[in-house]
Ligand binder design. Structure first.
Ligand code: NAD
Length: 410
């Protein structure tokens, strides 16, 4: 059978484990704006890596899925039901950026996808690639993986405009029943954080650390001020770890008192830091941190700050992972002014593809993608965003950069 004739098979998810066949069907949402440009470069790179790593034995059977403006033109819906149903069946998908429709209705398609599939963990690895222009003296000292809670906190969408009936009614309740000092006429928002939502996020971070030979999980919270939400997030994390990972977790105190600062093999340190101090720590002592587990808002801020630190905002990858569904995505937006110009950096989506390959257990191909991207950057023929800041950098198009990455696999 030639590769072109191969019929794809579904990825399955049973008892918490994905089974990935050699020719898996994987969803591909090219996205809006620059999405189609970066997706076509990404697809070329991922296909080449898989073909090379497995000598043609494995191949991804991409399933193009409609979402965003193109879908709206075709079907009248930005996020058609058929797309959602297909993602549910496929289990794993990769997506380019989607523009947020203006006007009423859907708040953001990305948020809608996260909520629809309960993709509770936003995972963003941040590390330095040699040659990427950056503002630090030793950018390579930062190598962290951020697990950001994706469904709760002040991002839950529970807020009411100042002067609205809802805000007035809620304000009156808070004043009358709970003696809370809330000025009449205030806008109000609610910050829900549950034991279940917090524990499952911290559990994923710990499991990831154990599976990937990482040595520490740090819970980043603002529990000194928000005791019952952020403080509880941290306490629920410790409680869950004690109940579920007692043989694999050690405390920060034990690390020094019992193990002279060397985490024993097969174990990880679970500790916590106050969010504002953590921003300083990641600038001043980045090499001391590893996997971070954060509530929604802290994680949003921290992941962009970390990406900027390694010069990698334009090449920062991400994944949104739930229980049995995972969607890998470029973390930047649709950059409409560059749409269709074959100009922008496909690195963010390519590295999201690397994360996807690793997630599928196809680590050989994932490693090949990462090494080839690194080699291409060192070759200094890069897209405009890197070329303009790089000494001796030469600007190439998005598709040419993709081809240079493929060439670097040889
Ligand atoms: P943006 O990330 O699209 O673009 C801001 C600027 O960053 C661009 O003008 C460009 O200079 C640069 N840039 C972005 N991606 C780049 C790349 N791959 N290579 C080189 N340069 C790049 O942010 P925005 O302008 O605030 O948002 C535009 C649209 O994207 C909005 O509709 C927004 O809702 C949407 N958005 C989507 C996502 C997502 O799908 N995950 C994320 C953020 C924004």
């Amino acid at each position: 059978m030639t590769v072109e004739n191969i019929q794809g098979e579904y990825i399955t998810f049973t008892d918490g484990k994905y089974e990935v066949p050699d020719h898996p069907l994987v969803g591909a949402l090219a996205g809006d704006g620059i999405g189609p440009d970066i997706w076509s470069a990404t697809r070329m790179v991922l296909d080449a890596a898989v073909a090379k790593a497995y000598a043609g034995q494995r191949k991804i059977c991409w399933q193009p899925l409609a979402a965003g403006e193109a879908a709206f033109k075709e079907t009248g819906s930005y996020l058609p039901e058929a797309t959602l149903e297909t993602i549910e069946k496929l289990k794993i998908a990769i997506k380019g950026p989607l523009s947020t429709p203006t006007g009423g209705g859907i708040r953001s398609l990305n948020v809608a996808l996260r909520h629809h599939f309960d993709l509770f963990a936003c995972i963003r690895p941040v590390r330095y690639y040699q040659g990427v222009p950056n503002p630090m003296k030793r950018p390579g000292d930062l190598d962290v993986v951020i697990f950001r809670e994706n469904t709760e906190d002040v991002y839950a969408g529970l807020e009411w405009a100042a002067g609205s009936d809802e805000a007035e009614e809620l304000g009156a309740y808070l004043r009358d029943k709970l003696q809370a000092k809330v000025r009449p006429g205030s806008a109000l928002g609610i910050k829900p954080m549950s034991p279940e939502g917090s524990k499952r996020l911290i559990r994923s971070a710990i499991q990831y650390a154990l599976d990937n030979g990482r040595k520490m999980v740090t819970m980043v919270h603002k529990g000194n001020i928000m005791k019952f939400t952020e403080g509880a997030f941290c306490q629920w994390g410790y409680d869950m770890a004690k109940a579920e990972f007692s043989n694999q977790i050690i405390s920060e105190a034990d690390l020094w008192d019992k193990y002279q600062g060397e985490c024993p093999a097969g174990k990880i340190v679970l500790n916590d830091r106050i969010a504002d101090a953590m921003f300083q720590q990641l600038l001043l002592r980045p090499s001391e941190y590893d996997v971070l587990a954060t509530p929604n808002l802290n994680g949003d801020y921290l992941s962009d700050a970390c990406a900027a630190q390694v010069g990698g905002l334009g090449i920062a990858p991400g994944a949104n992972v739930g229980n049995g569904i995972a969607i890998f995505e470029a973390t930047h937006g649709t950059a409409p002014k560059y749409a269709g110009l074959d100009k922008v950096n496909p690195g963010s989506l390519i590295l999201s593809g690397k994360m996807m390959l690793d997630f599928m257990g196809w680590n050989e191909a994932g490693t090949l993608v990462e090494k080839a991207l690194q080699a291409a950057i060192l070759g200094r023929k890069v897209t405009y965003d890197l070329a303009r800041q790089m000494e001796g950098g030469e600007e190439v198009s998005c598709s040419s950069f993709g081809k240079l990455i493929v060439a670097a696999m040889e």
